[in-house]
Design a protein around this ligand. Structure first.
Ligand SMILES: *Cc1c(COP(=O)(O)O)cnc(C)c1O
Length: 415
């Protein structure tokens, strides 16, 4: 569910015609719906009512400060994967006691910053990292609360690039190493093991891989209890999928119900790290048709948004629904919708059926709220798009459009 709807033949972002927003803010343009963010967060979070839990939104899905603030006000904690994301979360006013820090390659300064902020815990992914955190904590005379990230070796049945809980992936620790890790954690003077963590992948459209992973984690939890390791938090990561096209992912309620059954009677606080399911359908990318052309093989619709703005189609072959902003009753054609970048991999859609647009028409690329702007770049020296946050009839420029000077702002030694 989202608040991008057609009324009288044209697309609205909440109460505002998208066409109007483009008149003022130009294209390519990211538009987010505050009501949609709110609805998704509340639907997700309330699915775990009755369980002690903390919903830590995964900042990397959409890290705009306005978005983080909005979610923070609703009570969200944050799952971060870098010092930069910690900086953003703190700027957004998130309580450090609601911040967990994941990722395989935390640098020393990042660990120090997180310790100084006194975050809830680190999700640790190797024994060397554990020792590093202990050292940094010792220097600061602090105790680092940690979880170890377990690789539960389950197949999340999603795209290989976003599968993270299989044996061949770089993430987490296999059970044998994890046990060794907890024993080490217990001995290290400046480490306090308080949690157990996993994250098996992204865009999962069924709950069974989550439940398989949870079974393995709970089995390991029992083993830790025997070793006198006092686990209080169970972090099951993120990964719940959304509908881009025909997918039918489980509703958070179904997910919540299944977890409640498994966790019944256990004295654990559940942590969840949803990203895509909160942000994905809360944003669209609006682009303008520059040209259309026909080759012997194909129709091409050349638009002003490109892989630097939204890389998911190029990187994962992902599907995004694309529709005219103002309804168009023209003939349906099959076309590739491509950007101006000098790469054949630069496309937003391939062999897509769409009412034939003409020059200057606006197209909306749906489900662009997660891993859209955050994965964008300036490739081909294209200033990054603006981001708007709409709430009813109120517009906030959540990030202004970059200008040419932004492209060279850090190259002043070469001027
Ligand atoms: C990316 C990531 C998430 C969020 O995944 P979604 O599929 O967007 O929910 C959560 N936890 C960790 C550790 C991640 O790397």
């Amino acid at each position: 569910m989202h608040y991008f709807e057609y009324k009288n033949g044209e697309l609205f972002a909440e109460d505002i015609p998208v066409r109007k927003l483009v008149e003022e803010y130009d294209t390519p343009l990211y538009i987010y719906s505050a009501k949609t963010f709110k609805r998704h967060f509340e639907a997700f979070d309330s699915a775990f009512e009755g369980l002690k839990h903390l919903t830590c939104y995964s900042v990397k899905a959409n890290s705009n400060l306005c978005v983080l603030k909005l979610l923070g006000k609703l009570g969200a904690g944050m799952d971060i994967v870098s010092g930069g994301e910690l900086f953003r979360a703190l700027k957004a006013g998130i309580s450090p006691q609601k911040i967990v820090y994941s990722g395989v390659g935390k640098r020393e300064h990042e660990i120090r910053e997180a310790l100084l902020a006194d975050i809830l815990m680190f999700n640790v992914e190797s024994l060397e990292e554990l020792e590093k955190i202990n050292e940094v904590a010792r220097d600061l005379n602090k105790k680092a609360r940690i979880s170890l990230r377990i690789n539960p070796e389950v197949d999340p049945q999603t795209h290989p690039y976003i599968s993270t809980g299989m044996e061949k992936n770089k993430f987490g620790l296999a059970r044998e190493f994890a046990l060794q890790g907890y024993k080490l954690a217990k001995e290290l003077s400046h480490i306090e093991p308080i949690g157990i963590d996993c994250h098996i992948g992204s865009q999962l459209t069924s709950i069974s891989p989550f439940l398989d992973a949870l079974d393995k984690i709970l089995d390991f939890y029992e083993e830790l209890k025997k070793q006198d390791i006092n686990i209080q938090y169970l972090d099951l990561g993120g990964g719940l999928g959304i509908t881009y096209n025909q997918e039918e992912p489980p509703h958070p309620l179904e997910f919540g119900k299944a977890l409640k059954e498994k966790l019944k009677g256990l004295d654990l606080t559940l942590i969840l790290e949803p990203g895509r399911v909160i942000a994905g359908n809360a944003g669209i990318l609006v682009t303008r048709v520059l040209y259309t052309k026909k080759t012997k093989k194909k129709n091409f619709i050349i638009v002003d948004a490109a892989m630097n703005d939204l890389i998911r189609p190029s990187l994962y072959g992902s599907y995004h629904k694309i529709s005219p902003v103002v309804e168009n009753k023209g003939e349906i054609i099959t076309a590739d919708i491509v950007g101006p970048i000098c790469e054949s991999g630069d496309f937003l859609a391939q062999d897509r059926e769409i009412p034939a647009p003409t020059k200057d028409d606006l197209l909306a690329v749906f489900s662009a709220g997660a891993y859209g702007f955050t994965m964008s770049s300036q490739y081909n020296s294209r200033p990054r798009a603006a981001e708007l946050l709409i709430d009813g009839d109120k517009v906030t420029v959540a990030r202004r459009r970059e200008v040419y000077l932004d492209l060279i702002a850090l190259e002043d030694n070469c001027l």
